[in-house]
Ligand binder design. Structure first.
Ligand SMILES: [Zn+2]
Ligand SMILES: [Zn+2]
Length: 385
């Protein structure tokens, strides 16, 4: 959606699998939602039918949902074929409203979260190792995925007043965390926590962070909480003060060759959050022997080639990483509660979502937008529209 394009008028457009009623004690329920009806529709009001909780399901009254760059790409069809209508959102925090008969680890009223995946095959080596995000049969994404256990339905995400998820994929959110500021932990938080933990970052390590957006600011906060010294790489002088504000010990302007030279062999692990194509070779020179660079952003165009010599001469590992498993996501939430880590957020109303998307694309957010789902209205208002 280009800036300035008018926001489409509200539609009363039910999703295909209706047949649900608004308020049925034990049946399916309608949720008020915002989503896209086509790649160029922008986000418009929708209703979505949520299944009645099956025996292992947890029904959640969503309170807040973070806005992730993936949501923008998916709703605008920038990642290939997309099923519409599509309700995005995979940084979900809310309270349990109902549970299935076999659920004994969640109770109504409890603060819970849902991240990027709501199911997986549960049987492959990755799933059995708690690495559901690398499921060999494909994880079920929180939105836009075929629902393994609900016929041919397509999963619909958290820009909605409720969601129903199998208990195995629901997280306990510690009550000490602010629910709005905790929402981005479910994607941006765990995406940066997982590689830091995989590298065993601890007291005294030096962590580099490339880029200071939603992911980058979480990487800085988490690495600091793990006891690391943190150096932020940025192309923009205007971000120096902001990086220091959230805890960076040093800020290096990546276009300043002298500053990059001065950082030679000073870093143990780099978390690269930039999704646009960029040359990694100057960053490899800042790593020590046995250092590693984890790339988290997926550029849509080719990256400049990596010089193998730079890796070989210092036994440097060049790795990727995708979100985190369910157990690791829980570990991250508990770590954040223990260390008082949350995201810096700007809470928006449903009618500000399209503007928020445009601001995200322009990089105009510090550091994550979070939707207040109490502004979505109710399904019955939709039906009257
Ligand atoms: Zn995300
Ligand atoms: Zn699997």
């Amino acid at each position: 959606m280009t800036p300035g394009r008018p926001v489409p008028p509200p539609l009363a457009k039910p999703l295909p699998d209706l047949g649900a009623r608004d308020e049925v004690a034990d049946g399916p329920r309608l949720a008020a939602a915002y989503g896209a009806t086509a790649s160029d529709s922008g986000l418009v009001p929708l209703t979505v039918a949520r299944r009645a909780p099956k025996e292992d399901d947890v029904e959640i009254a969503v309170e807040f949902c973070g806005l992730c760059h993936s949501d923008v790409h998916a709703t605008r069809g920038e990642w290939g074929h997309q099923n519409y209508p599509l309700v995005p959102g995979h940084e979900i925090v809310g309270r349990v409203s109902r549970v299935g008969s076999a659920v004994d680890d969640f109770t109504p009223g409890e603060l819970v979260g849902v991240g990027c995946l709501v199911d997986s095959c549960r049987d492959c080596d990755s799933c059995l190792d708690g690495l559901e995000q690398y499921c060999e049969n494909g994880m079920t994404g929180t939105y836009g995925s075929k629902d393994r256990r609900n016929g041919d339905a397509i999963t619909q995400g958290g820009y909605a007043t409720s969601v129903v998820v199998d208990r195995r994929y629901v997280l306990h959110v510690p009550e000490s965390l602010d629910p709005a500021a905790a929402a981005p932990l479910l994607c941006a938080g765990v995406t940066t926590y997982s590689p830091l933990r995989h590298f065993d970052v601890e007291d005294g390590d030096v962590v580099g962070v490339i880029g200071l957006g939603g992911l980058g600011h979480m990487a800085v906060k988490l690495a600091k909480a793990m006891g690391a010294e943190v150096k932020v790489f940025t192309t923009s002088e205007s971000k120096i003060a902001a990086a220091r504000e959230i805890g960076a010990d040093e800020v290096i302007l990546s276009r300043d060759e002298a500053a990059m030279d001065a950082a030679n062999r000073s870093i143990d692990v780099i978390i690269d959050t930039v999704a646009a194509p960029h040359d990694l070779n100057p960053y490899f020179r800042t790593l020590r022997v046995d250092g590693a660079l984890f790339q988290l952003g997926l550029p849509s165009e080719d990256m400049p080639p990596v010089n193998p010599g730079a890796l070989i001469r210092r036994r440097i590992a060049y790795a990727g990483s995708l979100i985190g498993g369910i157990a690791e996501t829980q570990e991250m939430l508990d770590f954040c509660a223990e260390h008082g880590v949350t995201s810096d957020v700007e809470v928006v109303r449903a009618d500000q979502l399209n503007e928020a998307y445009n601001r995200m694309v322009a990089g105009d957010v510090k550091y994550r937008f979070v939707l207040d789902t109490s502004t979505l209205g109710t399904p019955s208002e939709r039906a009257d529209a």
